[in-house]
Design a protein. Structure first.
Length: 559
């Protein structure tokens, strides 16, 4: 591939003199403009620890690009903090931001005609958004994750933001004092980096390494580890090598690569959000992938990483154990991954996995012959409440079935009020609807409610289902992504207070104990709710977004 395969059009020849004059106004020389132009998409933002350190890493990426013979041009896009907005109106912006980030990266790269791209990412939605933009553009490029936050320490134990969310419920239940909650709040997040367990950011970071869009072993280096600067510099070299080889994202994003990524989510007890994001990335890549494919891969993949929210360790401990390459080696040895898939380094999955160096005596990633659980944590359920499917994450500690009365809430806030006011009883099934991609809009995460349920001591006796999403830090019998959503007239919209809900994880069933005729009768009387927003970004998103079963991507309406 010509290293300037795109940027010739903006820098070369007599007619481009005005463009060159403008580049020179900001310090680029003729020599710089003769080199390939490499976009550096930075998701730095001064609102959260997850992305706060990315200016430093982007500067190192640019140093690496220059050293390898390219001309870097950095640009910024947005990010929304899931952890900070959780439980508020602001959380509606999180999933919407994924589309806007992907759109903005794509738009700048198309406009500026970059030859290749490095995306520097942090919080949850920035990672899949960057991959989606690369798939759309199909120019040589890679994703660098800023890295996990270090664990906090409280009363001699490692803690993460999950512990703070659960402590809110414990405090409401009178099990933790205000002073103890403040002490935990003050130490849970000790510096920059994304949430510390195998929550959505670290799950999607793992996905990027295993699917091949991030150099294996790079993302797992923690945010404030001195090695992260070196990793960022090397990304600048890797992207120039990618450009010279002419390797394109869609050559990497094959169906076997998606299966490798799903196996990585399953074997690490990763976030259910990976289902949504991988479905979206598959749609952008033109790869056939259905929600039930996650079940197939999860069933053949053992749970091997003992990570929070259900396990003992944090993401930084994976790095100490030898990093994601050790997980890749386990998957390869267990015949749970396809070793022939390509990665951005030019080496195959198998070549990267076989180069893994495992730390002797580590306890984070267990042996293949002693899995934590025989199958992965992702479970896809169907039934008369979820004809298009829904998602649960089962760590192995949850009860396999539940039957109880529906407690209906039309928003997350109403449910949270009921939980903290002790109005939810053992056996109840908390139903939160009209929080889907269209109805929310934005499919809010429900960590506030799920953590409060656990903190109240109801985690073993109460189930929750929603057409919204969960945080990667959620644990317990919680079922999300119920599709079709209530705003589209899905069966969840027809539920009444007290209806008997039956959940059977082993049979993969979610149903209301009503006859088909009764359900049809109720749905016939259903009226679509008025949109929450009539104008602006949320209104546009609600008009264009697809079902969660399709990854909740936005699509133009074809007439």
């Amino acid at each position: 591939m010509d290293p300037k395969h795109r940027s010739h059009g903006i820098t070369d020849g007599r007619d481009r003199a005005p463009a060159r004059a403008m580049f020179k106004a900001i310090g680029f020389s003729d020599s710089d403009l003769r080199q390939p132009l490499i976009g550096v998409a930075n998701t730095w933002i001064e609102t959260m620890p997850c992305n706060f350190h990315l200016r430093r890493l982007a500067a190192k990426v640019k140093e690496g690009i220059r050293a390898a013979g390219g001309t870097p041009m950095e640009f910024n896009t947005i990010a929304i903090s899931d952890g900070e907005t959780m439980g508020t109106e602001g959380m509606r912006a999180s999933l919407v931001s994924r589309e806007i980030i992907a759109d903005s990266i794509e738009l700048v790269c198309r406009g500026q005609m970059f030859d290749a791209l490095v995306c520097v990412v942090g919080c949850d939605k920035t990672i899949p958004a960057a991959a989606m933009a690369l798939a759309r553009l199909n120019i040589p490029g890679l994703v660098l994750y800023g890295g996990t936050i270090a664990a906090g320490s409280y009363k001699g134990k490692d803690v993460t933001i999950q512990d703070v969310f659960e402590a809110v419920g414990a405090n409401a239940a009178g099990k933790m004092t205000d002073a103890e909650l403040l002490d935990l709040e003050n130490v849970a997040c000790p510096g920059a980096g994304a949430c510390g367990g195998q929550y959505t950011a670290n799950t999607m970071s793992t996905v990027m390494e295993l699917i091949g869009l991030s150099p294996m072993g790079f993302n797992g280096v923690p945010a404030m580890d001195p090695r992260k600067d070196e990793v960022a510099f090397r990304c600048g070299q890797v992207v120039l090598d990618l450009l010279k080889r002419g390797t394109l994202p869609r050559q990497i994003l094959t169906r076997p690569a998606f299966d490798n990524a799903i196996a990585g989510v399953a074997c690490t007890g990763g976030s259910t959000n990976a289902v949504l994001h991988l479905l979206a990335l598959a749609r952008e890549s033109g790869i056939p992938l259905a929600i039930d494919d996650f079940q197939k891969v999860s069933e053949r993949t053992p749970l091997l990483a003992d990570l929070k929210p259900a396990g003992r360790f944090v993401a930084a401990d994976v790095d100490k154990a030898g990093g994601i390459p050790v997980i890749a080696k386990r998957l390869l040895d267990g015949k749970c991954a396809d070793g022939s898939t390509l990665t951005v380094t030019g080496r195959t999955f198998a070549e990267e996995a076989n180069a893994a160096v495992e730390t002797p005596g580590q306890q984070v990633i267990v042996a293949l012959d002693h899995p934590l659980k025989a199958t992965g944590g992702l479970v896809i359920l169907h039934g008369n409440l979820a004809p298009e499917g829904c998602v649960a994450k089962i760590s192995g500690h949850e009860r396999p079935s539940h039957r109880g009365p529906a407690r209906i809430f039309e928003s997350e806030e109403d449910a949270m009020t009921a939980v903290t006011a002790k109005q939810i009883k053992p056996g109840d099934v908390v139903v939160i609807r009209n929080e889907g991609p269209k109805g929310g809009p934005g499919m809010r995460e429900m960590l506030g409610v799920t953590a409060a349920i656990v903190g109240e001591g109801l985690g073993e006796s109460v189930a929750l289902l929603t057409d919204g999403r969960f945080s990667g830090a959620t644990r317990g019998l919680m079922i999300g992504h119920v599709a079709p959503e209530a705003a589209l007239g899905g069966p969840i919209a027809a539920l009444h207070e007290g209806d008997a809900i039956h959940i059977d994880v082993k049979q993969r069933v979610l149903e209301v104990e009503l006859s088909d005729a009764a359900l049809r009768q109720r749905l016939a009387a259903w009226k679509a709710p008025e949109p929450r927003y009539a104008t602006g970004v949320f209104a546009k998103y609600a008009a264009l977004v697809s079902s969660a079963a399709e990854g909740a991507i936005t699509r133009p309406r074809m007439h």
